[in-house]
Design a protein around this ligand. Structure first.
Ligand code: OGA
Ligand code: MN
Length: 296
């Protein structure tokens, strides 16, 4: 099936037409989608209609699928398939979660610029979010998802800063990112299950050969530096990398399927009317190893 790719932004994001995500992609379609991902980092597929099972089947040829932190916690879930992440403000009975609901507060960490699961030794590659219900416009916004281009951000650093960053290793920690918004209510045993992970600050994106900054709200400090110095450098890099010229803001419509490469982007959710349902479903592919073992 021939696909049409139309850029949405000078650096990041493209709309892709000619794909039906309820059908498992064949070899040719898979290769075309990878080419588009490698070029544009974020793909938007409009007017899709997929069940959770179809989303899982569509994502599976791209790589082994992640089972997220919430699904691994056990207990009853709203969604049946563990490989489909529940990115919603709904409880297991499809009611909107209370303002002080623990799971809601944990998920508010997604409002900080981040890349998914960088606190895991082996992090993730693709995220695929499918919109089932979208909140209406409100003074706070409509729950947009923003994506920032970490390859363009790297390119825009000056040579001295590139040389400084190149060899650095960063410790990523889910407890650090959640602590930034005052969420410290982790279940007993969570700390042990999710210890911090070291990651390269500068990665080479395999599909494009381009270098990229690997930043995230989970990024706590720089290994071998005083914590304060590392945090301040990461703060400056985050400010640089999330300037508006590097950002594509996705305004959701139901039926949108957005695919992004976590290795070379950051993303964040934006606020919305908390009394309206927002229901996104996510499939996520795992990487094959630690960033520390990647080719420079
Ligand atoms: C995610 C995420 C942001 C949003 O699903 O990984 O960070 O807008 N989502 O819901
Ligand atoms: Mn995320």
């Amino acid at each position: 099936m021939a696909i049409q790719v139309t850029p949405l932004h000078p650096h990041i994001g493209a709309e892709v037409a000619g794909i039906d995500a309820s059908v498992v992609p064949d070899e040719e379609t898979l290769a075309a989608l990878w080419r588009a991902i490698d070029a544009h980092s974020v793909l938007v597929l409009k007017q899709q209609s997929v069940s959770d099972a179809q989303l899982k089947a569509f994502a599976a040829p791209f790589g082994p699928l992640e089972i997220g932190r919430a699904a691994l916690q056990g207990g009853k879930r709203r969604l049946d398939i563990p490989e489909i992440g529940d990115i919603s403000n709904l409880d297991i009975d499809n009611n909107i979660r209370a303002r002080d609901d623990r799971r809601r507060l944990d998920m508010l960490g997604n409002r900080l610029w981040h890349t998914d699961a960088s606190y895991m030794t082996v992090p993730v590659v693709l995220g695929m979010l499918f919109a089932v219900a979208v909140p209406p416009a409100s003074p706070l916004g409509a729950g947009e998802t923003e994506f920032a281009d970490m390859r363009a951000a790297w390119d825009a650093l000056d040579d001295d800063m590139k040389a400084l960053c190149e060899p650095l290793i960063v410790e990523h920690d889910i407890f650090w990112s959640r602590g930034q918004i005052g969420f410290t209510e982790f279940a007993p045993g969570e700390r042990e299950k999710y210890p911090p992970s070291p990651q390269k600050l500068v990665r080479r994106h395999p599909g494009s050969g381009r270098k990229t900054l690997y930043l995230s709200a989970h990024a706590s400090h720089i290994v071998g530096w005083p914590v304060a110095d590392g945090r301040l450098l990461l703060h400056d890099l985050n400010t640089h990398a999330t300037q508006r010229q590097f950002v594509y803001s996705h305004k959701w419509q139901t039926g949108d399927l957005v695919i992004w490469d976590n290795r070379c982007t950051m993303h964040r959710g934006r606020p919305h009317d908390e009394n309206a349902a927002r229901d996104l479903r996510r499939a996520t592919t795992l990487d094959v190893g630690s960033t520390l073992d990647e080719a420079a």
